[in-house]
Design a protein around this ligand. Structure first.
Ligand code: FAD
Length: 358
């Protein structure tokens, strides 16, 4: 296999101030890291990267056996540097293999195949597309969906910039993004299912799911999000928005996995059949008239579970922002658990449109 390689030279005056946060972020994407005084090596399942540092400058190098892997490493490094070195406005320009590529590796245009009601408020949309392998590759299951809207019914899709990141079309041609989960997919048959909560209020994603019909086009980018850590025991909590991810985990984690999971839905009619192949005990909580995002029982139930000793453990939570914050604060600050043992993500926020991540 031919190894693909590229590099970028950056001027960064204050790198030591945020280097730890950059390496911590890359570690959370399952990088093995070895750190020397002026060099750091990162090893991913899909390739490798390095930082060579001298005062005021950073050389980033990336290599991988395939184009998808190289694009992903460039994206991970460039995103980490852009996020944490924001005040220095870093100029990232990759040179080397595929440096002139303009097609965004993580983008696909998809076509709606079918739409079916799973429950009164959960609508499953099957999407067809080509070359879907990468969506099952990196241990995470989320996508950023790019929707047409009434104002922009035929958006232009993003392309790839020299910095390894997406270049977006101007405001009047831009699709509207929202985060969703790949509930199930088949690379061989070229489809994926996304389960949409149809909720009240002015929306883009929910409205699109209600109105879309076979043949409609939509963009997706991904996979996005941090890879799920494998553990022997899990405590999990989700409302309807986290249910597609939780269900997928129960259907795919090893059968020996133990733990306890809670799912909050509007009422009994929203309960779904899940092919839970693990030994994780699944409990349903019904709001029965309490508004979504206003019921404290999901967070309370998750926080009441005692973490067992003597095995690898993981806490996973996905729901409204306030509940996610409560759970995250308790796990991180009070119990002192790190990112490698917990993920408590805000999947939506009451009264706010377009929250993209936790
Ligand atoms: C990683 C990740 C994965 C996700 N996976 C899924 C998934 O598989 N399926 C899914 O349905 N959602 C999922 N979500 C949540 C989804 O992105 C949000 O609910 C998003 O706000 C929906 O966009 P919208 O355009 O419908 O509503 P927005 O335009 O974002 O919001 C409009 C209004 O509706 C409210 N609102 C948003 N979501 C809900 C809700 N669920 N219930 C009640 N009110 C709401 C907002 O507070 C706002 O007032 C995921 C989120 C993340 C971060």
């Amino acid at each position: 296999m031919t190894e693909l390689a590229c590099e970028a030279h950056l001027q960064l005056q204050h790198l030591p101030n945020y280097l730890d946060r950059i390496t911590d972020r890359l570690h959370s994407f399952n990088a093995d890291i070895s750190q020397g005084e002026d060099r750091i090596d990162f090893r991913f399942d899909f390739g490798a990267a390095s930082f060579d540092m001298t005062p005021g400058s950073l050389v980033m190098r990336a290599n991988s056996g395939d184009a998808d892997g190289l694009a992903r490493i460039k994206d991970l490094l460039a995103t980490a540097v852009q996020v944490y070195a924001k005040e220095e406005q870093p100029q990232i320009v990759w040179s080397g293999d595929l440096a002139d590529e303009t097609q965004l590796a993580q983008f696909r245009e998809m076509t709606v195949v079918s739409a079916t009601w799973l429950t009164p408020h959960m609508r499953r949309i099957r999407l067809a597309g080509e070359r879907l392998e990468r969506f099952g590759k990196y241990g995470n299951m989320h996508i950023r969906m790019l929707f047409p809207t009434e104002k922009i019914p035929e958006p232009q899709w993003p392309t790839l910039g020299r910095n390894g990141l997406a270049v977006w079309p101007s405001e009047d041609h831009r699709p509207t993004p929202r985060a969703y989960t790949i509930r199930a997919f088949s690379v061989e048959e070229g489809w994926m299912d996304v389960d949409f909560v149809t909720h009240e209020g002015d929306s883009v994603g929910s409205k699109w799911a209600l109105e879309s019909t076979a043949g409609d086009k939509v963009g997706i980018m991904g996979p996005v999000g941090r890879p799920l850590r494998q553990a022997d025991w899990y405590v999990m909590g989700a409302d309807e928005t986290g249910l597609p991810a939780l269900a997928r985990m129960l259907e795919t984690l090893p059968p020996t996995t133990t733990g306890v999971a809670f799912v909050e839905v509007a009422d009994e009619r929203e309960r779904q059949d899940i092919g839970n192949r693990t030994r994780i005990e699944l409990n349903w909580i019904y709001r029965n008239g309490v508004a979504a995002g206003a019921d404290e029982r999901l967070a309370n139930s998750v926080l009441s579970v005692a973490w067992p000793d003597g095995q690898t453990r993981f806490g996973w939570f996905a729901a409204e922002a306030m509940a996610a914050k409560r759970v995250r604060d308790r796990w991180r600050s009070e119990l002192g658990l790190g990112r490698d043992q917990t993920l408590a993500a805000a999947y939506w926020r009451r009264g706010i449109s377009g929250l993209m991540a936790g």
